[in-house]
Design a binder for this molecule. Sequence first.
Ligand code: ZN
Ligand code: ZN
Length: 80
Amino acid sequence: MAVCEVCGNDYDKSFEVVAAGNRHTFDSFECAIHRLAPVCEHCGCKVVGHGTEVSGRFYCCAHCAREAGGAEATEVSDRI
Ligand SMILES: [Zn+2]
Ligand SMILES: [Zn+2]
């Protein structure tokens, strides 16, 4: 039994996630994503998949990286 740190729900199937050495408790993946997922620097959506990192910035896809990153991101492509 643990209380979700995002919504405060006390749920018997809550789970823990260790990210960057910090332990977090959530009742759902939705709450875990809300708390932990990086945000795309271009369109602002939560990066739930692998995403794309260019120069320390996170993007949800290669398209956003190219749109926002300029010249240095032109080589970026989605890994299929
Ligand atoms: Zn929650
Ligand atoms: Zn995006």
